[in-house]
Write a protein that binds this ligand. Structure first.
Ligand SMILES: [Zn+2]
Length: 85
């Protein structure tokens, strides 16, 4: 299995995990997300805001960079240990 830039970053599932195709890193990545979210902001009488609810409306992973070799979006999905892929 390999990834394609036009397809974005593949999503890991219960059975799969990311793997850097260049160096084989399985555990350390910098993930850039674009998140659209709604905060319920509750202000007290002094005007001090507190976010009481945070609802993520949509979230897209824009890029994943390997912490070991610094390769961007060179990610594939491989089976997790013990998962029947
Ligand atoms: Zn790597």
């Amino acid at each position: 299995m390999r990834t394609d830039d036009t397809m974005g970053v593949p999503q890991p599932t219960a059975e799969t995990r990311w793997r850097c195709t260049l160096c084989g890193n399985l555990t350390r990545f910098d993930v850039t997300r674009a998140t659209k979210a709604v905060d319920y902001v509750h202000l007290d009488l002094a005007g001090e805001p507190t976010v009481e609810e945070h609802e993520v409306v949509s979230e897209t992973i824009e890029s994943v960079r390997c912490r070991w070799c610094n390769a961007a979006d060179q990610i594939e999905l491989v089976g997790r240990p013990g998962a029947s892929a």
